[in-house]
Write a protein of this length. Structure first.
Length: 193
């Protein structure tokens, strides 16, 4: 019996979808189960706080990823996960997308992102994945999963799902203990409409 070929999805945002709509997105690594995103630089599994999280909790960094982008004497993120989150933050800061939340798991990431109308979701995501793959050696599965969140209830439900993912998988006891989370609060979210 021949293997099924995965259908390519268009990932285009229909014209009738309001600007500023949130999308729940998942990017998976290959091979499944291989920890590519949540390792310390020495290759150990990342079940403890990263140096970035330690800087945040000690007050040496004022906000998520401050240490990762050069503040307080740290010149670069110290783990692959920190670098991936810094790349997510870069696109957010440059208004390429508006990130509500991004959380890394060992072999995939979940994010809630809004895209500007003038940019293609598929192109924007493909360019970001290509950059992360080349720069940090992350091997991504072709394509990605997306689902438009239709109201604030779905947004809250997916936010809770994402934040509890490491707890459900036994990677930490409380969601606040998971170090690989980017959740910006620097500007108001886009208003659908």
């Amino acid at each position: 019996m021949p293997l099924l070929v995965r259908k390519k999805l268009p990932h285009t945002i229909p014209q009738w979808v309001p600007d500023g709509s949130w999308f729940f997105i998942t990017f998976k690594c290959v091979p499944p189960g291989k920890n590519q995103l949540c390792q310390l630089d020495d290759g150990r599994e990342g079940r403890t706080r990263s140096p970035l999280r330690a800087a945040l909790e000690s007050g040496r960094a004022a906000s998520p990823l401050t240490a990762a982008i050069g503040a307080h004497g740290v010149t670069r993120p110290t783990t692959v996960g920190d670098r991936v989150l810094a790349a997510m933050k870069h696109n957010h800061d440059k208004l390429i997308w508006h990130c509500h939340l991004c959380l890394l798991m060992p072999d995939h990431l979940h994010a809630i992102i809004a895209f500007p109308r003038e940019s293609s979701m598929k192109t924007t995501v493909s360019n970001w994945k290509k950059y992360v793959a080349v720069k940090f050696g992350v091997e991504w599965q072709r394509d990605f999963f997306d689902h438009r969140l239709r109201d604030h209830h779905e947004l809250q439900e997916k936010t809770n799902y994402i934040l509890m993912n490491p707890v459900r998988k036994g990677l930490c006891e409380r969601m606040v203990d998971w170090p690989w989370v980017y959740r910006p609060v620097d500007r108001p979210p886009p208003i659908p409409g």
